[in-house]
Design a protein. Structure first.
Length: 253
């Protein structure tokens, strides 16, 4: 793979796994992240930008920098996201609602907005949006996050229709519960909200899948590399869960 790949939130977690997988596949990698310390830890041969995806000026500047350096862009992984609050809907402050949608949904929109003209000029490209299984099911006590992730599914399907005539594909990846620090925070907050222990919540999520386990960043990364490749050249407008098959998104123990 000789693709030029930009990954938002690419310096850690799922994004870092994506960057490593694309790098291993022979792609040129550019990671954009808001975490300075995580960027410092990235390999020196990866290009990088400090980026807040909710800041349109910063997003525009980053894509101009990418096009100037590379002359184009083959793959955008719109992967940046935040977990948002865990609370009953009546207890969610409007500021928290807006912050969650701004990073998740608006961030994916802004990155797609500025990637599209670059890809249109070359009449090729692939946009991969990282949503969540929360974009396929209702998730109690996670209203802002679920709303944002459902919106990202709609955005991805619309982009596939709008950009397909220009040779650009768009697909949405919906991870399930991913092992790592971000999910750990969700588990702790949900345990408090439900009056359960952290392990009870963890086991509840795992038992809500037919395979009985959480997924890992590499599972998401492998799907991203496939969807960006020529092997998926006619795969577009799809919403693909990588979740161990969710059968009950809110199991009660």
């Amino acid at each position: 793979m000789t693709s030029r790949v930009l990954i938002t939130a690419g310096a850690s977690g799922v994004g870092r796994a994506m960057a490593e997988a694309f790098d291993a596949a022979g792609a040129q990698v550019w990671v954009a992240d808001i975490d300075v310390d995580a960027l410092v830890e990235c390999p020196s041969d990866w290009k990088q930008s400090l980026l807040d995806v909710s800041d349109e000026t910063a997003v525009s500047s980053t894509f101009k920098e990418v096009e100037a350096a590379w002359g184009g862009l083959d793959v955008l992984c719109a992967n940046a996201g935040v977990a948002g609050p865990t609370a009953a809907v009546e207890d969610v402050p409007l500021t928290d609602w807006r912050s969650c949608l701004s990073v998740n949904l608006e961030g994916a929109f802004l990155c797609s907005k500025y990637a599209a003209p670059i890809m249109k000029r070359q009449r090729s490209g692939a946009i991969l949006i990282t949503s969540s299984t929360a974009g396929q099911y209702g998730y109690p006590n996670r209203a802002p996050y679920a709303a944002a992730k459902w919106g990202m599914v709609g955005l991805g399907k619309t982009l596939a229709m709008e950009l397909g005539p220009h040779g650009i594909r768009c697909n949405v990846i919906c991870p399930g519960s991913v092992e790592g620090p971000r999910m750990e925070g969700v588990l702790q907050r949900e345990a408090v909200a439900k009056g359960m222990t952290r392990d009870q919540v963890y086991n509840g999520y795992a038992s809500g899948t037919s395979m009985g386990r959480f997924v890992e960043g590499r599972d998401i990364a492998n799907m991203a590399v496939f969807l960006a490749s020529d092997a998926a050249r006619l795969v577009s407008g799809q919403v693909i869960a990588v979740d161990g098959h969710t059968v009950n998104p809110d199991p009660k123990l």
